[in-house]
Design a protein around this ligand. Structure first.
Ligand SMILES: Nc1ncnc2c1ncn2[C@@H]1O[C@H](COP(=O)(O)OP(=O)(O)OP(=O)(O)O)[C@@H](O)[C@H]1O
Ligand SMILES: [Mg+2]
Length: 338
């Protein structure tokens, strides 16, 4: 257990480098509670996976730069990481945390995340008493860890508002439930990952202005994509690997939203189908085609056609061209441009 009075408990950067990463993580996994201003908080457990980052070195350097402190007057930045689903946003945040040798906590944001879920939740203990559970975010603030706020734009404005003081120079959160103000440890860092899909809320501008800078992930080039797929699936057949990477690269060129994660799923399924029946093995190209179909749908087997349909659909959403478009429906018989 570590006892805190809103002060710091862990090591300065220089000491962290002297401690083995596994030992450090064990230490954090073992400290299950913290006491702040007389109130005992049950802490969340850190994520102990140690993913690797392949390719796009620049964006990894950029996030690490955001988290540096270069003078007494300086504060770390809390960047937002944007890009297509499955492109590696969460992985990037995780790898950056591992590189800084700090405990990593991931908070999965959803549309029904409440402010108290982000901070402290009261739980009825067996004894009948209320115990207070610190979220992964607050645990990172206490332990001097890193919190990845995953899929941040799924969260509503009320929840975001509770983080406003944390993400500016104040660096604290307030728990109304526990009646506590919790100051962030000097080493605390955070980033937010965001997807551009329709199941999301608009993040208010005052929050966006705190989530800076924006780091954008691009689709990997062919060399990096091979390395990513090979790293995760070292047992994969090289012929299937090449078919998948060629397919993904073509889809990136055509601006279709297929990601390395889709590639991993295609390969996993195709490999399972191949080894399933040793006496009558499926032909590789048939197994691969079936995998593409099952993972991405029938249309994905003809990428050119799919891209054409997508462009056609986009073209049909016509932008207003002149004043007439503002005052009359496109089909109106009195539209001046008709
Ligand atoms: N550059 C990379 N290096 C290593 N693995 C990668 C890389 N890019 C993607 N991956 C792998 O692709 C998969 C998807 O990555 P991840 O979950 O980080 O994507 P994401 O952008 O967060 O997706 P989502 O928007 O759906 O949350 C993971 O298995 C991840 O390890
Ligand atoms: Mg993610």
């Amino acid at each position: 257990m570590c006892v805190l009075h809103n002060s710091h408990i862990i090591f300065e950067d220089k000491n962290i480098n002297c401690i083995k990463f596994e030992d450090l993580m064990n230490q954090f996994s073992q400290s299950k509670t913290a006491v702040i201003d007389g109130i005992t908080l049950t802490l969340s457990q850190p994520d102990l996976t140690t993913p690797e980052w392949i390719g796009q070195k620049e964006v990894l350097k950029q996030i690490l730069a955001c988290w540096m402190i270069i003078s007494d007057k300086d504060l770390p930045l809390s960047p937002r990481i944007i890009g297509m689903p499955g492109i590696g946003k969460t992985t990037l945040g995780m790898v950056a945390a591992v590189q800084r040798k700090q405990p990593l906590y991931i908070f999965q944001c959803t549309s029904d995340t409440r402010p108290e879920d982000l901070i402290i939740t009261p739980v009825l203990a067996e004894s009948g008493k209320i115990s207070y559970h610190a979220s992964p975010l607050v645990t990172a603030m206490i332990n001097g860890g890193i919190c990845v706020l995953d899929e941040g734009n799924r969260m509503n404005e009320k929840s975001w508002a509770s983080l406003a003081p944390l993400l500016d120079h104040r660096r604290y959160v307030e728990s109304i439930i526990a009646g506590l103000r919790i100051n962030a440890h000097k080493e605390f860092r955070t980033c937010v990952t965001m997807n551009n899909d329709e199941s999301t809320f608009e993040i208010p501008d005052y929050m966006l202005s705190r989530l800076q800078p924006t780091l954008t992930l691009e689709m990997p080039n062919s060399q990096d994509e091979i390395a990513i797929l090979k790293y995760h699936l070292p047992f994969v057949e090289s012929e299937l690997l090449n078919m998948t990477v060629n397919f993904l690269q073509k889809s990136h060129q055509l601006d279709l939203d297929f990601s390395p994660r889709d590639g991993l799923h295609i390969l996993q399924y195709a490999m399972k189908r191949l080894v399933q029946d040793k006496d009558h093995p499926l032909a590789k190209d048939l197994a691969w085609q079936e995998a593409v179909q099952k993972v991405l749908g029938d249309d994905a087997l003809n990428l050119d056609e799919m891209a054409k349909n997508k462009n056609r659909a986009l073209g049909e959403i016509r932008l207003p061209q002149g004043l007439g478009d503002f005052f009359f429906d496109e089909d109106s018989p009195i539209h001046p441009d008709r």
